[in-house]
Design a protein around this ligand. Structure first.
Ligand code: ZN
Ligand code: ZN
Ligand code: ZN
Length: 128
């Protein structure tokens, strides 16, 4: 007699989008319809309208939105509306440029050289 074993669970693990908080397997589109470039809210390219990908009738292979929906940020297939390169990689968005700027700052100021220590109670100014 075979022991009862639980059936293997093949249902996809819910992955919630960090932006819209929807489950990427069931959401039709991300709620993030624009991307900030040069201080303007530029309409994003919906899935199926990319220049580098054929028109599709299926959910996005990476982030799972339906055709016509907006990719969840971080999707490999998401196309930049400005340069039509991968939005993930091109660095056009204000957010990406801000991150680049922070990287440059990190290079200028070596944070490893700065010692950040919790306040020392023995060195408090009220101590005589
Ligand atoms: Zn989303
Ligand atoms: Zn996608
Ligand atoms: Zn771009």
């Amino acid at each position: 007699m075979c022991p009862d074993r639980p059936a293997p669970d093949h249902s996809p693990v819910p992955v919630d989008c960090a932006w819209c908080r929807q489950d990427m397997h069931t959401a039709a589109s991300c709620t993030d319809a624009t991307i900030a470039i040069d201080g303007f809210d530029v309409p994003r390219t919906p899935w199926g309208c990319e220049r580098h990908w054929p028109r599709s009738i299926h959910r996005c292979g990476d982030c799972g939105v339906l055709p016509g929906g907006f990719h969840h940020p971080g999707c490999d297939i998401d196309e930049c509306p400005r340069c039509t390169e991968q939005a993930l990689m091109c660095g056009c968005s204000d957010e990406a440029r801000l991150l680049d700027l922070l990287d440059e700052l990190h290079d200028l100021v070596d944070l490893d050289d700065l010692e950040v220590r919790p306040p020392d109670p023995a060195a408090s100014p009220s101590d005589p």
